[in-house]
Design a protein around this ligand. Structure first.
Ligand SMILES: [Zn+2]
Length: 229
């Protein structure tokens, strides 16, 4: 992973802003090294507000624009929106099927998603997203899973490296000292969210400092890494 000998990565996450909060420093490093990154956003984020004047529909529109702007700051090549209802993401075979199709279409070598096994992960979308992404990764690699996709001309995709963010058992840390500023700028595009968080820039920096502390890294993003044969 450190040697950046891969060309395509896919980030599958639940809400607009999850990728920026959790792994934008790493994504920025990869993109600067020439990696092509695809985002897959599973929900519309249409419940993330305390503003009584805001409707779910208007918020979903706004958050889509914010996500596109954040992706632009980082240089993410493509953003796919699957438009599930916020808080309503469920692990179903149909959703696994559609994510499998996307993985087979884009053929990423690296997958980044939520750690679905994080103890006490309360948000149902975060749990469901991690499970769906990993289940789809497994389905993608063998031709008899969702074989109609193979019949339609798609190729199986064998992803060998996975990074799980928001893990309570991290074992892989990325030094984001050179990209924290870009991460801040990307997250700052999510104005509908960051304006609800007091001192968010300070919080984000502290988070990166804490993540790296055990490793002697000044600013880091932590992951659980899975290496598959
Ligand atoms: Zn989220």
């Amino acid at each position: 992973m450190k040697d950046l000998r891969f060309e395509k990565a896919m980030i599958i996450f639940a809400h607009p802003d999850d990728a920026e909060v959790q792994c934008a420093g790493t994504i920025a490093l990869w993109i600067e090294a020439g990696v092509k990154v695809t985002y897959v956003v599973l929900t519309k984020g249409d419940k993330g507000t305390q503003d009584p004047a805001m409707t779910g529909e208007a918020l979903a529109r706004l958050r889509r624009e914010e996500q596109l702007r954040a992706a632009e700051v980082l240089g993410v090549e493509k953003v796919l929106f699957l438009d599930n209802g916020d808080g309503e993401l469920e692990v179903t075979m149909e959703k696994r099927r559609s994510l499998t199709r996307i993985i087979r279409e884009y053929q990423p070598e690296v997958l980044v998603t939520h750690d679905p096994w994080m103890r006490y992960q309360l948000h149902p979308d975060h749990r469901a997203c991690g499970t769906l992404a990993l289940d789809a990764m497994i389905s993608s690699r063998d031709r008899l899973y969702f074989s109609e996709q193979i019949d339609q001309g798609l190729k199986p995709c064998r992803i060998r490296r996975v990074l799980l963010f928001a893990s309570d058992q991290p074992d892989f840390w990325v030094d984001i000292g050179s990209t924290l500023d870009k991460k801040m700028r990307a997250l700052g595009q999510h104005q509908s969210q960051v304006t609800q968080w007091p001192k968010w820039e300070e919080w984000l920096r502290k988070r990166a400092e804490n993540a790296g502390a055990s490793q002697g890294i000044k600013l880091a993003e932590p992951f659980k890494r899975l290496v598959l044969s």
